[in-house]
Ligand binder design. Sequence first.
Ligand SMILES: Cc1cc2nc3c(=O)[nH]c(=O)nc-3n(C[C@H](O)[C@H](O)[C@H](O)COP(=O)(O)O)c2cc1C
Length: 329
Amino acid sequence: MLDSDLFRTLIAEASLAPSVHNIQPTRWRLLAADTVLVLEDGERRLPAADPTGHDVRLSHGAAIEGLSLACGGHGLRIARMELGDGSDEVSGLRVIARLTLGPGGAVDSLASAVAGRRSWRGRFLPAAGELQEALQRLAAAPDLLVVPSGSAVVEIAELADRVGFHFLCEDAHRRELLAWMRLSRHDSRYGRDGLNAEAMALGSVEAMGASLVLGPLFPLLKRLGLAEPLTRERSKTASGAIALFHRPLGEDPLETGRAFYRAWLSMEAQGLGACPISVLADWPVSNAALLARHPLPAGRRLVNVFRLGRVPPDAASHRARLPVAELIV
Ligand SMILES: Cc1cc2nc3c(=O)[nH]c(=O)nc-3n(C[C@H](O)[C@H](O)[C@H](O)COP(=O)(O)O)c2cc1C
């Protein structure tokens, strides 16, 4: 059913899925013509930002959903997913899941949004009637609670800055983030992984500034009271709307990741660019504050928070990704 050419094509599309800090932890092995192993590159983890591995597992889920969307375009589907038990390893890589592919797949309505989806971290275009209409359509999505532009969004943008700064003040967290940033185009990893200047919507001067502010100057700037204003994002965040992404309590983050990717694609399908602000959901204080202000249906947990809106037409379109040959092991 699968030969190595088709497998490469499917993995290339699956690799367009989002992953936390763009660490791309998922590796793939074609075990038999209908069997694919989903493996984890254990070197790619975020011990400071994601100590439990929740977001890494969620990223694997998004990659699996990416594979599922790709399969549909070739009349295939993931017929069965068996989870690794945590101790299985293949060539030193932990087995996340074993997938059995089968015939009977169909093109998914979200598949056409895969190629265009990317994180947008710049300012959104001013709200227009079409944004409100897109948000209304999105509000029907099962896992999203939409907060339209306005004072509630400004409040969330300010909260995001407070929480973001709280985490940036932790040395381990800040260093880890900086280690995944590719702020110079001369960095040989610029187009491969992590967060490059283009992906962060930073010009070259801003990127150089960011490397100093988050790097050696941070302690001094903090003492002078300048680090917080220099790392503020609120005006960018508040230029758009917010969507709270929620899923059932107790769900395996692998499943959550599949729904996360679909939710993001549904924004793209409405013509909206988006980007998560994970710290808002990760920090218990901000998570509770958001739930108090924007209650979720019973039995649901707040997994992440997206900023979203209309993206300028000249926004960068390149995405840093590892070559497919490195993802297949
Ligand atoms: C679980 C998860 C959490 C993420 N959290 C953030 C975040 O807090 N801030 C951010 O700017 N991007 C966040 N992202 C987006 C990733 O950085 C992004 O998907 C990755 O850099 C790949 O780029 P792309 O989305 O443009 O394909 C997150 C992605 C995932 C899967």
